[in-house]
Design a protein around this ligand. Structure first.
Ligand SMILES: Nc1nc2c(c(=O)[nH]1)N(C=O)[C@@H](CNc1ccc(C(=O)N[C@@H](CCC(=O)O)C(=O)O)cc1)CN2
Ligand SMILES: Nc1ncnc2c1ncn2[C@@H]1O[C@H](COP(=O)(O)OP(=O)(O)OP(=O)(O)O)[C@@H](O)[C@H]1O
Length: 310
């Protein structure tokens, strides 16, 4: 992390005692935010980072409790809705190379099984290529490897399915960092998100490290950057400002929850506006500054929110 950078931080130190997680509450009081100028003589960064990591740890614990409390039938319904929204989206249909996670039900992750099956259909899905994570070590190092048949997978130490380093024919699967063509779309897991693109992962730093490397690679090769889309249960979308971030956290472009697609970045707005132009699917678009998830419109048709670029 460079000391020259200016970055918005949620300063956990002063506010931690005030944090009580409230989901779906319009009156949720926002954590105060403070701009920290990264000059080493004014701020103790080690303490600030520690406070941020502690705050993240506390949020993870709270979100996990909320996830565990969701009725299984409600969770299945959300899994179904989220995947159907993605399967119907032109930005998914038109993606040729995708990186997606293999969901773990015990971790209460949004199910990706239908999406993975669709991607793996081969020519029937437009010849899509799928890369999935493989954890290489505990130092935030994972690779994204190409898989075709689903039975090439093994269970890792975190109880998550992942590709073996060598397949049944003795061949090493293609590493996406060595691929000749760019990835169009990442489907990302996470514990919590907000409408400004913040994402709280499980704390390993695997995705942030990987995404930063992949974005660097795309830049070097003059490729279009991949769209980073996270999958989220409604309960995982928190008020803006609640999720603390550090300069290593890679922001997401869009969120998909059962209520619809929430585009966040300009890239996402551009690709989602293609949805509006070319499709009759009533995908729910919500403004990223919307103050509460409860303010969402009640019908999907009313919900198509016109985006006026500023
Ligand atoms: N499906 C899936 N695959 C993935 C990830 C993911 O989040 N989901 N990863 C994304 O990084 C990487 C693996 N990282 C992981 C990091 C933590 C845990 C985990 O089980 N954490 C426990 C807490 C463990 C502890 O605190 O010691 C948990 O969340 O309950 C799982 C995977 C790569 N593959
Ligand atoms: N106090 C600390 N100071 C510096 N680094 C830390 C501290 N606590 C944790 N880390 C490191 O930060 C990384 C986790 O970062 P972060 O909390 O942003 O992960 P995440 O966004 O939840 O994970 P992912 O990117 O996998 O989704 C790990 O590599 C971890 O070792």
């Amino acid at each position: 992390m460079t000391m020259m950078m200016k970055q918005w931080y949620t300063r956990a130190t002063a506010t931690m005692a005030l944090v009580t997680l409230q989901f779906h509450r319009p009156s949720f009081s926002r954590l105060s935010q403070q701009r920290l100028t990264m000059t080493s003589n004014t701020t103790n960064y080690g303490d600030d980072l520690n406070a941020i990591f502690n705050h993240k740890r506390m949020l993870r614990t709270q979100v996990k409790k909320v996830l565990k409390a969701i009725e299984p039938s409600l969770r299945s319904q959300q899994d179904h809705d989220i995947q159907n929204i993605i399967l119907g989206a032109p930005w998914f249909k038109s993606s040729l190379r995708l990186c997606a996670y293999i969901s773990c039900s015990a971790l209460r992750e949004v199910d990706t099984s239908k999406l993975l099956s669709e991607i793996l259909k081969g020519p029937a899905s437009g010849g899509k290529k799928l890369y999935v994570p493989r954890v290489e070590d505990k130092n935030s190092h994972m690779r994204m490897l190409n898989i075709s048949p689903i039975d090439d997978l093994v269970v890792n130490s975190m109880d998550i399915l992942e590709p073996a380093p060598v397949d049944s024919d003795g061949n090493a699967p293609e590493d996406v960092m060595q691929a000749n063509d760019p990835v169009d779309l990442f489907l990302l897991p996470g514990l919590a998100f907000d409408r400004s693109g913040r994402r709280l992962g499980r704390g390993g730093g695997y995705y942030d490290t990987f995404l930063e490397n992949y974005q660097d690679l795309a830049k070097t090769r003059n490729w279009k950057q991949p769209l980073l889309v996270a999958l989220s249960y409604s309960e995982q979308i928190l008020e803006e400002g609640v999720i603390p971030i550090t300069p290593s956290d890679v922001p997401i472009d869009a969120l998909v929850s059962p209520e619809g697609v929430i585009p966040i970045s300009t890239a996402a707005f551009n690709r989602v506006s293609q949805v509006l132009a070319s499709s009759s699917i009533a995908s729910v678009l919500q403004p990223h500054n919307s103050s509460s998830i409860d303010s969402r419109p009640s019908s999907p048709v009313d919900a198509v929110y016109p985006f006026i670029p500023s």
